[in-house]
Design a protein around this ligand. Structure first.
Ligand code: PAF
Length: 286
């Protein structure tokens, strides 16, 4: 497995693979990898001939009071994990390679970027779209793999590639949970043991929503209220939002009909965690 930090190093490798017509699978990450990331890598290995992973903690997607500086980083650990999975190339650029002095270009997906997480994290999805489009231009993958954990990110990136005719297929893959149901996230490392226990309230609120839906509840407002009541009963939790929206355009729904996304963000102590449940033709997924 090779690690490239410079653009020309990366381009050389990519060009050689392209020349031989290899199918390139790409997993963009911010590092501090967990089983969720590794599940994306494994899918890429299955579906593609070459797998490229990027590790870049993207400063443009963090707000001024967010955790950019303290975001967990451990290249040696990540490198060992990716080597074991048989990854072909890791792109690990420094910040000034991605954003040299005088950098001025940004990508915005209007409307979708302002909903759900976008309300409490203004500028976040502008940063995500900008870095992902840059990475797509550099890696030129056939397919890129993203977890459903960040459902809004998936929907926005699908819209971005559609609107800008980017020749990359976005492949969303199932959310991966810890043994007790907590959705895996690099930010879970911030939680104290007591907060780790309290964080289960996110999954419990989705379990409650699922139960109500399976019992026949159709009114989104009632499901939302019950979820909020359950979250409010956890002393270490502070609700950011619970929203019930149409999966493809994130517009609020009054009734559970068609493809639905139930998404929530909750602060557990100072750590903001997200989770979601999706209803599609395949049933309920969470
Ligand atoms: O999901 C993430 O880890 C990040 O938002 C991504 C897609 C790697 C862009 O920085």
């Amino acid at each position: 497995m090779e690690i490239a930090s410079a653009v020309n190093e990366l381009r050389e490798k990519i060009l050689a693979w392209k020349k031989h017509g290899r199918k390139i699978g790409f997993v963009p990450t911010m590092g501090y990898l967990h089983e969720g990331h590794l599940s994306l890598v494994r899918e890429s290995k299955k579906r593609s001939e070459v797998t490229v992973v990027s590790i870049f903690v993207n400063p443009k997607q963090f707000g001024p009071s967010e955790d950019y500086r303290v975001y967990p980083r451990d290249l040696e650990r990540d490198r060992a994990l990716l080597e074991k999975e048989g990854v072909d190339l890791v792109f690990y650029p420094p910040v000034d390679v991605m954003y040299p002095e005088g950098y001025k270009t940004y990508v915005e997906v209007e409307d979708l970027q302002d909903r759900l997480c976008g309300k409490s994290r203004p500028g976040h999805f502008r940063g995500v779209c900008t870095v992902v489009l840059k990475l797509f231009n550099l890696v030129q993958p056939d397919e890129a793999y993203f977890g459903w954990k960040d459902a809004q990110q998936v929907i926005i990136l699908q819209k971005m590639v559609e609107d800008l005719n980017v020749p990359v297929k976005i492949v969303p893959l199932p959310l991966v949970r810890d043994h007790d149901g907590l959705a895996l996230s690099s930010r879970n490392t911030y939680l104290s043991p007591e907060e780790r226990r309290a964080a289960l309230v996110l999954k419990k609120s989705l379990d409650l929503a699922e139960k109500l839906i399976l019992e026949g509840e159709k009114e989104a407002g009632r499901i939302r209220e019950e979820m909020i009541e359950l979250i409010s009963a956890e002393p270490l939790a502070r609700l950011d939002y619970v929203e019930i929206v149409k999966l493809n355009n994130l517009e609020p729904l009054e009734r559970i009909e068609g493809e639905v996304l139930i998404a929530l963000a909750v602060f557990i102590g100072r750590t903001r965690l997200i989770d979601n449940l999706r209803i599609t033709s395949g049933g309920i997924e969470k």
